[in-house]
Ligand binder design. Structure first.
Ligand code: DAH
Length: 346
């Protein structure tokens, strides 16, 4: 017994010394000191020894058990300390490395252009008004001199919400809403989203317009020309030429469509290069605005006396202006949220 205990002692100490990890130490503890561990079983077997041998054998066994417990605890502390050292050594943070940066957001190109347009008009004394995206038939059509069966309604493919409610097809109804609630003098722009059943490279079912109008005792077509010329020259180049062509809108009389010199060929039409300019298709001009003198019929709808007031109105597409300004060829790029596109604008 004494001899075998001595062998066991050596074996236990040797195996503890060779443990390198926490799980190994735990396995060893279970193997010797667990409920069915070898030392535990030996202690339990004491009762089978002759009575005279029990005290000595018991004492030596208990000594060995305590020794094993101590050595296991010491080894565990050692292994843990080594692991901590290793982590500190290998998993250090290099504080000289550059940190990860916050990415900087940018304005959407349409916001940039919209802000610029508004800014130019604020500079001329206009104020900003807004109206609802969901309009009624009266404000979107009727009061703008487009009765129910008017063919001009076909020009605008309308999204109806109900019999009488629709997504506004233009920002012109804001003219009506402002004039209904206020008296001249008025000098207003109305920016906002508009909706038409249309979808291709140059038409989007939702797009943006800026409407503008001015009403007072003696507003003339010359005022219209002055305001729009200044506007275009501020948004594009200061020497840009404009061309006013006769046109038709139900809510203006006379009406005009306004062209500006092509942003790409500068009005040359590409003739010098021998091939038609890609942007203006060779004409040298780009249609950019609709405008006119507010129709007396419209004044009657809002309760103004056409004998005593006059005014001009105009409307423009913001996407079109942004496309010309930045050389963008597909309107859908504005709404696809492709960061490679959006990152190009500051
Ligand atoms: N409302 C027109 C449209 O959406 C644009 C327009 C043309 C507005 C002439 C006007 C105007 O105020 O005078 O096509």
């Amino acid at each position: 017994m004494a001899e075998s205990l001595e062998t066991l002692r050596e074996e236990v100490l040797d195996r503890i010394a060779r443990c390198a990890t926490e799980p190994e130490i735990e396995d060893l503890r279970v193997e010797y000191l667990g409920r069915k561990g070898r030392l535990t079983l030996l202690l339990r077997g004491l009762k089978d020894l002759p009575p005279e041998e029990r005290p000595q054998a018991g004492e030596r066994l208990n000594q060995l058990r305590r020794l094993a417990e101590e050595k296991l605890a010491a080894r565990l502390a050692q292994v843990k300390a080594r692991e901590k050292e290793r982590i500190l050594r290998e998993e250090t943070v290099d504080i000289t490395l550059p940190g990860s940066r916050w990415e900087r957001g940018r304005m959407h190109p349409l916001t940039l252009v919209m802000d610029e347009i508004i800014d130019v008009f604020l500079g001329m004394g206009f104020e900003v008004a807004r109206g609802p995206d969901i309009e009624d038939d009266y404000h979107n059509f009727e009061a703008l001199n487009m009765p129910k069966d008017h063919p001009a309604r076909d020009m605008q493919d309308t999204f109806f919400v109900s019999q009488d409610r629709l997504l506004r097809t233009h920002t012109s109804p804001v003219q009506i809403r402002v004039m209904e609630s206020r008296r001249p003098p008025l000098q207003i722009i109305a920016p906002g989203a508009v909706y038409r059943h249309d979808d291709d490279a140059t038409h989007s079912p939702m797009f943006h317009q800026v409407e503008g109008f001015m009403v007072d005792g003696h507003i003339s077509f010359a005022d219209l020309k002055g305001v729009l010329t200044h506007f275009i020259r501020r948004i594009f180049r200061p020497e840009t030429k404009l061309r006013f062509r006769p046109s038709f809108f139900p809510f203006t009389e006379p009406s005009a469509e306004i062209d500006m010199q092509c942003v790409l060929c500068g009005g040359e039409g590409g003739k010098r290069e021998g091939s038609a300019c890609r942007v203006c298709k060779g004409s040298g001009w780009l249609e950019i605005l609709g405008a006119g003198m507010i129709d007396p019929q419209v004044f009657k709808f809002v309760g103004y006396d056409p004998e005593r007031v006059s005014g001009f109105a105009f409307g423009m597409g913001v996407e079109r202006i942004a496309m010309l300004k930045f050389g963008i060829e597909d309107i859908r790029l504005f709404f696809q949220n492709d960061l490679r596109f959006l990152r190009q604008f500051v």
